[in-house]
Design a protein around this ligand. Structure first.
Ligand code: HEM
Length: 458
């Protein structure tokens, strides 16, 4: 992606370190790395990496807006970390495609997540959360509950049900285990960093095996769904939208590979992130007993003992604010990257074609320029009528590639969070240490171990 212009003159670059930044320097503590650059070098910085990337990191709403709104013609997802990490698993689905192919896919997939369509799943989401609350309330008092793992399994169950109309318990533990294995392999980072490292090779062998399992199960579920047709009763699964879709240019239905890529994309993009938002929210409840009591009070007043329903959500403002504030402090997607398509400029600095430009929700969400006392947990920030200033709050990204599943994620997170807090009280397991770890998503490095006490007998 180099152009004659970039080799003819020395680009006018923003401030940044003089040395080439190593992968270790970034990987040691990526969150601290991003924060320190914003602190030291200001709204836009430049550095080079060992892999030869020219990286521009921005941290003002105006620059964030410029990058996210620019679209694929100016800043593309092609050859970004998401592309390298996710394409081997997902193929060319909505998350990893670019240019014209992405535009066509977005048009086809957008109707999957229309509000009335996703809202049909509310009763099933609550049922799944009630079942989890039941399992947790009868867990042994001598053992911690592995909340992060259980929430990931719950979110996987919910997204598979919504997309495929299939109860994954029917395919046994194989799917969940295989998804865990690919998540672990992908969490290892960019395969270009350490191609010969035996641990990485081991991870990728496990990845290949797990990918084959997931591919087979997804293909089987799609075939079964095609053969049997949609369920006669209950909500119609989101796969129907893809099966009915026709290519606007050719009038052809999606090929088997296109279907597989989209289904995999939705299933993978749609569970790990939501699970992390819920994990951090429960963790914050253990740390802020006053807010936790107010949350329970709100649920008792609005819902009482019956199952939480879609109609309750508008009245559960504090629950919603806790989730929003938790995604501010711990955004599941902590960095968003694009590549400059052609020689460009940002804030008057040259950005040669092929440069990486990055926006970090973690940095934006914890900047004292936009948030008073940014490190403190205060859900009331989201209770006022005027929301955060534009492009300061980015849990779902922004612009044309904004998260497609955000409505679904918010619905699911609110129903699950309210159901769990309605039925249980949470404490952090004694001596369990929580540190944010920035892998593909932002997660507690040692998981989230809780002790759980039942509240009401439904
Ligand atoms: C709390 C939960 C979630 C968070 C924090 C989240 C976050 C994000 C972010 C930040 C992006 C934009 C990435 C970028 O610009 O590079 C994104 C894109 C996307 N998300 Fe989500 N997501 C969540 C849940 C979901 C769910 C439930 C689904 C689907 C079932 C989903 C499907 C997608 C897809 C398909 C894209 C790609 C959109 C495109 O490129 O056009 N996400 N998500």
């Amino acid at each position: 992606m180099t152009s004659p212009q970039s080799s003819q003159r020395i680009p006018h670059r923003p401030p940044g370190p003089r040395h080439v930044v190593s992968a270790e320097e970034i990987r040691g503590d990526p969150l601290e790395f991003l924060t320190s650059f914003a602190d030291r070098f200001g709204p836009i910085s430049h550095h080079s990496t060992e892999q030869g990337d020219q990286v521009y990191m921005v941290s003002t709403p105006d620059l964030v807006r410029e990058i996210l709104l620019a679209g694929e013609e100016r800043f593309t997802k092609h050859e970004t970390a998401d592309d390298y990490m996710l394409t081997p698993l997902l193929g060319e689905g909505l998350l990893t495609s670019h240019g014209e192919q992405w535009r066509r896919q977005r048009e086809i997939t957008q109707p999957m997540f229309q509000r009335n369509r996703v809202e049909q799943f509310a009763p099933q989401i609550t049922d799944a959360a009630v079942a989890l609350a039941g399992r947790w309330s009868t867990a042994s008092k001598n053992e911690p509950v592995h909340a992060d793992l259980d929430l990931t399994a719950l979110a996987l169950e919910v997204v598979a049900l919504a997309i495929l109309g299939s109860d994954l318990s029917g395919v046994g533990q194989g799917f969940g285990t295989a998804v865990d294995a690919v998540n672990a392999a992908m969490s290892h980072g960019d395969p270009r960093d350490t191609p010969d490292d035996p641990t990485v090779i081991g991870h990728y062998a496990a990845f290949d095996r797990a990918k084959r399992t997931i591919d087979r199960i997804v293909a089987l579920l799609i075939d079964a769904r095609k053969f049997l047709g949609a369920a006669d009763s209950g909500p119609s699964d989101l796969l129907s939208v893809l099966l009915d879709a026709r290519d606007p240019a050719t009038g052809e239905p999606l090929s088997a590979e296109e279907l597989r890529a989209q289904v995999m994309t939705m299933v993978m993009a749609g569970h790990e992130t939501t699970a992390k938002a819920l994990t951090w929210s429960l963790y914050l409840m253990t740390q802020h007993s006053g807010v936790a009591a107010e949350v329970r009070n709100e649920i008792d007043t609005v819902v009482g003992d019956r199952p939480v329903s879609l109609g309750d959500l508008p009245s559960l403002g504090l629950c919603r604010s806790v989730l929003q504030e938790s995604m501010r402090l711990y955004p599941p997607i902590w960095v968003i990257s694009r590549r400059a398509v052609h020689d460009d400029q940002l804030a008057g600095f040259d950005v040669p074609a092929g440069s990486l430009v990055t926006v970090s929700p973690w940095v934006m969400h914890r900047s004292s320029d936009y948030w008073p006392e940014p490190d403190s947990f205060d859900p009331s920030r989201f209770l006022s009528d005027d929301g955060p200033a534009p492009f300061t709050y980015l849990p779902f990204g922004g612009g044309p590639r904004v998260c497609l599943g955000r409505g679904f994620a918010q619905l699911e997170a609110q129903l699950v969070f309210a159901t769990l807090c309605q039925r249980l009280k949470f404490d952090l397991w004694p001596d369990h240490v929580i540190e944010p770890q920035a892998l593909v998503t932002l997660r507690p490095s040692n998981g989230l171990l809780l002790s759980v006490e039942p509240r009401v007998t439904p």
